[in-house]
Design a protein around this ligand. Structure first.
Ligand code: F6R
Length: 234
């Protein structure tokens, strides 16, 4: 496990964006696993800027996102598909047909989840998976529990996650369920890059130094051979 301690959010974003850019330059056909939330916004801004400047080409890249709220239309302001379009995909030269986010409107969510795992397998797995982390140690929406969930699945969001994310739904209506990639696809990624701002210091400490336990899903990353964690001190 490699750890970078950056002084602030800007430097954390620059370090992480540089790692993603290097991946794309070394392997233009990379499959990138992507995250949403506030943590990666700085990274996406930098990547879009480098693309605009002609320094980074996404034309052959494929992306698979970690998760989507269950019950939100892809066009909903708070859907993760919309987030990705607005913050990254519409700003880079990626082929949108090769950007994948679980379908939060799928009636048959079990089929949608199985298909998503099938898609990741058909793509040959993920080259680089970007992760944020929840205050409760979730990665994707793999919430703390009694066992690690291997497959993509529908999850009931915990109180902690509802409390952390309800700020994005000022008028209410935050979905209680989400579809999330499971631990198998995440742990199967050839490289993992986790970013965590200063507010996540405590849970990072538990995830990195504590026991490997489904009570802290991110602790499983201790068993992955190529994890880079980039944190910010403020
Ligand atoms: C989002 C995701 C989540 C977030 C985590 C941190 O796709 O998978 O695990 O990374 O909830 O969210 P922020 O960055 O908003 O603190």
């Amino acid at each position: 496990m490699k750890l970078f301690f950056e002084t602030d959010y800007e430097k954390m974003s620059r370090r992480a964006a540089g790692i993603i850019a290097a991946q794309v330059i070394n392997r233009p056909k990379s499959v990138l696993g992507l995250a949403t939330g506030s943590s990666p916004l700085g990274i996406y801004k930098l990547l879009a800027g480098w693309n605009r400047a002609g320094e980074l080409d996404f034309s052959k890249v494929t992306t698979v996102n970690l998760d989507e709220y269950y019950g939100l239309e892809p066009t909903h302001e708070q859907s993760y598909r919309r987030f990705m379009n607005d913050n990254l995909f519409n700003k880079i030269n990626i082929d949108k047909a090769r950007t994948f986010v679980p379908d939060g409107m799928a009636k048959d969510f079990e089929k949608e989840c199985a298909d998503y795992d099938g898609l990741i397998e058909a793509l040959g797995g993920i080259d680089l998976q970007l992760l944020g982390i929840g205050y409760n140690g979730h990665i994707g929406f793999n919430e703390p529990g009694d066992s690690f969930e291997a497959a993509t699945h529908r999850v009931k969001l915990t109180e902690s996650t509802m409390a952390a994310n309800s700020r994005f739904f000022p008028d209410g209506g935050m979905p209680e369920y989400a579809l999330t990639m499971g631990m198998r696809a995440i742990m199967g990624a050839r490289k993992i890059l986790l970013i965590a701002g200063a507010e996540k210091a405590e849970i990072i400490e538990r995830a990195v130094k504590g026991p490997v336990t489904p009570a802290v899903p991110a602790s499983l990353l201790q068993l992955h051979p190529d994890v880079t964690i980039v944190t910010a001190a403020k």
